[in-house]
Design a binder for this molecule. Structure first.
Ligand SMILES: [Fe+2]
Length: 239
């Protein structure tokens, strides 16, 4: 409930609860368990008089077992969508990851890739990010990355992605109420305002997250809306 209150204070009206799903480990919550917990939480939130809705999902570790788990009906998409929140590991993508992505997409699901800026392999080989976007994968970046929460290298990657118009959604990636407060969100927004147009900021913070939850296609950032200051010109571009 403390997290719910923090989200309300930060101006949220909807939050996707995405417990980790790590194939092959004990972190494999059932869909029934997640839905029951989310329903109970929504009831408590309502009883407390808070204006906040929790929708269910999973943060699924990118793993070769995903296609089989999908066939077995053990993976949960975000909200009322068929969009899976897929988390790359912090170091290297698993062998055969291209086939896993292809398989998920051909089964009719879309993919929102959680915090690619925190994956060392993607951050040091940005053509892979380009490849992912071209294959239809959507990118979700953490607010905290812009504030240096995960270190300077991650912050640099997040800024490059923002300046090059490669972000579809921003997310809090909250794990605890103390790490999520309005001041932190406002600080991240202030940084992003220097890089992005208001239209793009609105798109990746409000419009696209809602599109995802409603099963609609998130829209890419508007290229002309990306403000590139001369001295901060990116070294590479995706298009
Ligand atoms: Fe994550």
């Amino acid at each position: 409930m403390q997290m719910a209150q923090a989200f309300v204070r930060a101006g949220y009206h909807t939050v996707a609860a995405t417990p980790h799903m790590i194939p092959g480990t004990t972190w494999m919550p059932s869909i029934d368990l997640i839905k029951t917990q989310v329903a109970g939480l929504n009831q408590t939130i309502k009883d407390e008089g808070l204006k906040l809705k929790i929708v269910s999902g999973m943060e699924i570790a990118l793993d070769p077992q995903i296609p089989d788990l999908l066939d077995e009906g053990r993976l949960l998409a975000l909200g009322n969508s068929s969009c899976l929140l897929i988390e790359p590991s912090f170091q290297q993508l698993p062998p055969g990851w291209e086939q896993v992505i292809f398989s998920i997409l051909t089964k009719g699901y879309s993919i929102l890739l959680a915090h690619p800026e925190r994956c060392a392999q993607l951050a040091t080989n940005l053509s892979l990010i380009d490849q992912l976007i071209e294959s239809g994968v959507y990118l979700q970046i953490n607010w905290g990355s812009f504030l240096g929460q995960y270190g300077r290298a991650v912050a640099r990657t997040a800024q490059l992605l923002a300046r090059n118009g490669c972000i579809h959604c921003l997310a809090s990636d909250s794990h605890h109420h103390r790490g999520h407060n309005p001041a932190r969100m406002q600080a991240a927004t202030a940084k992003l305002r220097k890089m992005l147009s208001q239209e793009n900021l609105q798109r990746i913070t409000i419009e696209n997250p809602l599109r995802v939850l409603h099963g609609e296609t998130p829209q890419p950032m508007i290229k002309s809306g990306v403000m590139t200051e001369k001295r901060k010109k990116p070294r590479w571009r995706f298009w």
